[in-house]
Design a protein around this ligand. Structure first.
Ligand code: SF4
Ligand code: SF4
Length: 53
C-alpha cells in the first residue's frame, strides 16, 4: 500500500484495518502485517491510499 501527500494523519484508517497494519505518525504507513486487502483505500476520507504498482 502507498500513502500519498493527501494524508492528514487523522488516524481513521487505523481502526478500520482488520490486520492492525497501519501506523500513523505525521502520516499513515503500513507494516508487514498488511495483507493488501484494500479496505483502507475505500475508507480514507482524503483518498490518500492506493495500491503499490
Ligand atoms: S491515510 Fe487517510 S484515513 Fe489514514 S490517517 Fe491518512 S488521511 Fe486519515
Ligand atoms: S490494505 Fe487491508 S491490511 Fe493493508 S493496511 Fe489497508 S486495510 Fe490494512
Amino acid at each position: 500500500m502507498k500513502v500519498n501527500g493527501n494524508c492528514v494523519g487523522c488516524g481513521q484508517c487505523v481502526a478500520y484495518c482488520p490486520s492492525d497494519a497501519i501506523i500513523v505518525l505525521a502520516c499513515a504507513s503500513m507494516n508487514e502485517k498488511c495483507t493488501q486487502c484494500g479496505k483502507c483505500i475505500d475508507y480514507c476520507p482524503m483518498v490518500a491510499i492506493s495500491e503499490e504498482a
